[in-house]
Design a protein around this ligand. Structure first.
Ligand code: SF4
Length: 331
């Protein structure tokens, strides 16, 4: 062996050999069914592995094929996704399931162009389905892979620039294991999750240490733009009457379209009402603080707001922060 990632086949062989012996076992790594792979990829896009592990098995039993998801209402699909967040993912998944049923009789196509023509499936997800389901060579670059490649080549080119992305892609294509892309892609990601972690990597035990050129891995990868966290505040009302709890149905253009939430009111109005509780949570790059005020007789429901009986609440699609605060306030 030599200390050089340019010996791509040696590097890929070593990485795959390590993974086959030590790789973690996840349910989505025990299957070649493209539907199971697609669902895992969509769930893992913005949700942590432990959370997905807690939901994946049950979700797949409920929707074991595209036809099962295609046949339920959007509200039922949204409800099934609760706790996973980023609900546009399940909407896109349902649209893709319908397209697979209608256009391909429920069987997934095996080529990139056809996969990418399905709703919600971009370059990354198509490559994941091709390599993990069909073992077809396809390059996968996520944050873990980008970090590993920048370090392997000791490259300070910012990974979030056009040039940086192009360089990453070229290198990823050169290193890709052509005979076992399924194991290789999983291995590269797992290397980034276990040894080549953000911050201080565990180089001492790294299975590809002899190939790595990184002199100061903690300084890599370089990014042009640092993510900034912004604060967001809104004022909600809690209106519980004999008819039920007043909730607002989100319009089709909203982030949580088709789901319910506590109704919002302008701050000046809400602050004239008794304060009940504050809730803080994070969404993408926002830290959200919601101020909840008790309102009843003084509130005139808007067209999108409805009293929902408490017995219907559990079946209703609600974003997790809403479900949590509603449960807490009903105690
Ligand atoms: S030796 Fe260190 S920096 Fe290089 S790939 Fe392994 S963990 Fe990452």
């Amino acid at each position: 062996m030599t200390g050089n990632p340019d010996n791509s086949s040696d590097f890929s062989e070593s990485l795959v050999a390590w993974f086959l012996q030590h790789g973690r076992r996840y349910p989505w790594r025990e299957t070649c069914d493209p539907w199971f792979i697609l669902v895992s990829e969509v769930m893992l896009q913005q949700t942590t592995i432990p959370t997905v592990l807690g939901r994946y098995g049950e979700w797949m039993r409920r929707f074991p094929n595209p036809a099962a998801l295609a046949s339920v209402s959007e509200q039922e699909a949204l409800r099934s996704w609760e706790g996973l967040g980023y609900y546009r993912r399940v909407r896109a998944l349902q649209a893709a399931a319908k397209a697979v049923v209608e256009q391909y009789g429920g069987t997934f196509p095996r080529d990139e162009t056809a996969l990418r023509a399905l709703p919600g499936i971009g370059e990354y997800t198509a490559a994941a389905v091709l390599s993990f389901a069909f073992n077809i060579p396809a390059v996968l670059i996520d944050a873990n892979v980008a970090r590993v490649l920048a370090r392997l080549y000791d490259d300070p080119t910012p990974i979030d620039t056009t040039v940086g992305r192009r360089v990453l892609r070229r290198r990823a294509e050169e290193l890709l294991h052509r005979n076992n892309p399924r194991a290789y892609n999983s291995a590269l990601m797992e290397l980034g999750q276990t040894y080549c972690t953000p911050g201080a990597p565990l180089c001492l035990g790294c299975p590809v240490r002899t190939f790595c050129r990184a002199k100061d891995p903690t300084s890599l990868p370089v990014k042009k733009q640092e993510r900034t966290i912004s604060s967001l505040e809104h004022w909600d009302i809690w209106c519980l009457t004999e008819q039920g709890l007043l909730l607002e149905l989100q319009p089709p253009t909203a982030r949580h379209a088709g789901m319910y939430r506590l109704p919002q009111r302008p701050r000046e109005f809400a602050e004239t009402l008794p304060h009940l509780r504050d809730q803080t949570y994070s969404v993408t790059r926002y830290k959200v603080t919601r101020h909840i005020h008790r309102a009843c007789v003084t509130v005139v429901p808007r067209a999108s707001e409805h009293f929902i009986s408490l017995s219907r609440l559990e079946a209703l699609p609600l974003a997790s922060p809403d479900r949590k605060i509603i449960r807490a306030l009903l105690v």
